[in-house]
Design a protein around this ligand. Sequence first.
Ligand SMILES: Cc1cc2nc3c(=O)[nH]c(=O)nc-3n(C[C@H](O)[C@H](O)[C@H](O)COP(=O)(O)OP(=O)(O)OC[C@H]3O[C@@H](n4cnc5c(N)ncnc54)[C@H](O)[C@@H]3O)c2cc1C
Length: 527
Amino acid sequence: MSESVIIVGAGSAGCVLATRLSENPHRRVLLLEAGRAAPKDSDIPANWVAMFNTGVDWGYHTEPQSGCKMRRLFWPRGRMVGGSGALNAMIYMRGLPSDYDGWEALGCPGWGWRNVLPAFLKSENNVRLGNSPLHSVGGPLTVSDVPYVDPTELLWHAAAQAAGLPANEDFNGPVQEGVGFFQLTVKDGERFGTGKGFLRPVLDRPNLTLTTGVRILRVLIEHGRAVGVAYLLNGELHEARADEVVLCAGAIGSAQLLLLSGIGPADELRAVGVAPVHDLPGVGKNLQDHINIPITFAARERVGIGGMTGQEIDAALAEWDATRTGPMTSNWAAAGGFARSTPDVIEPDLQLYGVISGNRDHARYIAGAPGITLHATLQRPDSNGTLTLRSADPLEYPALDPRYFSSDPDGSDLATMTLGVRLNRKIAASAPLRDVISREITPSAEAQDDEAIADFIRGHCTTLYHPAGTCRMGSDTLAVVDPTLRVRGIEGLRVADASVFPKMVSGNTNAPTIMVAERAAEFIAGG
Ligand SMILES: Cc1cc2nc3c(=O)[nH]c(=O)nc-3n(C[C@H](O)[C@H](O)[C@H](O)COP(=O)(O)OP(=O)(O)OC[C@H]3O[C@@H](n4cnc5c(N)ncnc54)[C@H](O)[C@@H]3O)c2cc1C
């Protein structure tokens, strides 16, 4: 048994792992996080976008994307206790059983649906769905229905059914396809990610230490074994040592730290001035993400958050302060669902969102009128890119190149998203939503044939905030971690976060990341 463990990153995964590992009072756990405590905006479900480009957001940008008109796309990531799970949209989604059976088939024995379901259930405290074969109560992660439903979300829901999509009351149930309301990691009107649900209640354990404001620079490796980490605290260099190190720094941070530690493609490391310690060519490869395309419609009347006056927003905040109720308990993206782009597709390949706000580009473009924005996200992208170091400087952001559309050999990513735009238009044109919509807003409005829609997508697609896969789990030579999450070829070092996904899942990535951390705790406890 590892008697002492250092966990790097108190994000979605790190908070789970620290909580589980410190259940054993004989194990000392040190959890190190670059950010600080999450701010009040993190508690308020409606305010997740308000944290973008602030001190709690790493605020990454991709490399210019040749498939997206050379745009550099904005990639927010959480830098605080709770990580990206403290600024995310709180949607609780596991993906499809076939995703995990697919992982197993890709060389990850023990990661099929039957293996991962117990770990999902272990975390869960489902307020509406209770105990059942697919849900549970009693776990640290409260999962509940969105407390506030905007009237326009009900219009979207009815219109989506009129457009031919079935109603679905549980997207984590036996069938994913259909439309309804996503369940959220919200408890009593407040965000309830792993920082609050898992970590906060156990912070007084004497064997658990959380240190914030600590920038990890690299893993210390001696004779092929990880023995600790080097970090900056208040500008000074420090070291911490332990029996085992687990990287939970996320799909960007964990791969970057392996590379900075000399673990990665040896030639690439030498080229940027990092001395290779272990040639592991897969580190930073397999960067996958969910690509998203929004189209915005102006409304005839004041709808949703975009239609609220300043006084109404102030009143909603006052209500939230007083009782944790009202519009501020909504994430504004709870109406949605899953669809198949064509009848011959077996499982949903598009995720849909009926967002009650007329904005695009992460709310950096706000329509001049109240409106709604319908999003279509590609579930299982073929686009696949890389994360590389720009230099040996650990404080420099890595180069993120998801190669959206340019790495998709047959163009199917763009073709499926084009069908997603058409499906969203069909929903907008269906009763009763069509009665509140006045027009589609430019520039998507002008894009009518497939070629023009594809061109619009290239110019306006965004991330759905789900980078994954840069420390891929598997059994082949390009795999970074083995199926027990050990870094291949280095003793005493694991990775446990969204970076280990071998293939993107069909849905939002927070719950799958938490599942990975639950399993990592089992592996570490098992020796
Ligand atoms: C805006 C946004 C909206 C999203 N919406 C949803 C949603 O609704 N539902 C959903 O399921 N998923 C959503 N996601 C995705 C989901 O939140 C992530 O997949 C998940 O949080 C990833 O967890 P992680 O543990 O891998 O990484 P993170 O949660 O990002 O944790 C990594 C932690 O490591 C720290 N760290 C990194 N590098 C260092 C270093 N060098 N030194 C010290 N600390 C370091 C970071 O500060 C961070 O706290 C969203 C993400 C974002 C950004």
